[in-house]
Design a binder for this molecule. Structure first.
Ligand code: NAD
Length: 273
């Protein structure tokens, strides 16, 4: 039991399709005790039964943009759950109109909302729980390839993920003196609530499946297992890292090639889409 005796806070469960759910499942299966947050009352009804699935009654309201929620969080968790050995930040949001059309038309408001909720929130959350983080704790966030490369429709979320990945490195340095590690998983596309806001997402899924070395898309269980490793002591020498869990898609320099019926080389996308 790799996570026996460890307590963790999971931020970002919306339902059982959430990546955060996959991470919670993997950590609980290795003996971790879990606390959860929910964004608002509508999601409270979904998150509480999920927490119960993991034998947890430690469930707290947290809008990462709400200073009062952030200020109250550590006190509440310490009182009824105890100190933390790990934190999962699986939060992102951008206004829908910013994920359509050309990036150049991104408004300042949409830019600030996306960057604030999806990148700054990691800094704010980590600082908020720092007083109750045990030495050698592990903090993990979720990124996407769109933070380092152009991906259609990802637009301002790509810029937010770039800021998030950079924040991982700066936080890793700051917290390293206490042995606290900060890492990100850059996950391949997965059909979740957040992903449903991204245009042509089905096409993105198909394109990844056809072109990834492993010829598949990843599941929340696969991301969960890799996350569990980064949250566990197995990764005690790993910090500031962006770890890809994407069936290898990120290594491809161009679309993969296949042979047609006549043995001619063509793009697998043209053959299989
Ligand atoms: P999801 O919709 O299940 O989770 C997103 C979560 O963010 C939800 O629980 C939502 O309540 C929360 N959230 C949004 N605004 C918030 C706020 N102001 N305060 C607190 N919580 C807030 O979708 P997901 O795909 O599991 O997303 C989790 C993370 O994984 C995100 O950072 C996302 O960008 C990242 N990611 C997703 C994919 C994918 O294809 N699904 C790929 C790579 C990375």
């Amino acid at each position: 039991m790799l996570m026996k005796g460890k307590k963790g806070l999971i931020v970002g469960v919306a339902n059982n399709k959430s990546i955060a759910y996959g991470i919670a499942k993997a950590c609980a299966s290795q003996g971790a005790k879990l606390a959860f947050t929910y964004l608002n009352e509508a999601l409270q009804k979904r998150v509480e039964p999920i927490a119960a699935e993991f034998n947890s009654r430690a469930v707290y309201e947290l809008d990462v943009n709400n200073e009062e929620h952030l200020n109250a969080l550590a006190g509440k968790i310490e009182k009824d759950f105890g100190k933390l050995d790990f934190v999962v930040h699986a939060v992102a949001y951008a206004p829908k109109e910013a994920l359509e059309g050309a990036f150049i038309n991104t408004t300042k408001e949409a830019f600030n909302i996306a960057l604030g909720t999806s990148a700054y929130s990691l800094v704010a959350l980590t600082r908020a729980v720092l007083p109750i983080l045990n030495d050698n704790a592990s903090v993990l966030t979720l990124s996407y390839l769109g933070g380092i490369k152009y991906v259609p429709h990802y637009n301002v979320m790509g810029v937010a993920k770039a800021a998030l990945e950079s924040s991982v490195r700066y936080l890793a340095r700051d917290l390293g003196v206490r042995g606290i590690r900060v890492n990100a998983i850059s996950a391949g596309p997965i059909k979740t609530l957040a992903a449903s806001g991204i245009g042509d997402f089905r096409m993105i899924l198909k394109y990844n499946e056809i072109n990834a070395p492993l010829k598949k898309n990843v599941s929340t269980d696969e991301v969960g297992n890799s996350a569990m490793y980064l949250l566990s002591d197995l990764a005690s020498g790993v910090s500031g890292e962006i770890h890809y869990v994407d069936a290898g898609y990120n290594i491809m320099g161009m679309g993969d090639v296949c042979e047609d019926e006549k043995g001619k080389t063509i793009l697998c996308w043209d053959k299989e889409k």
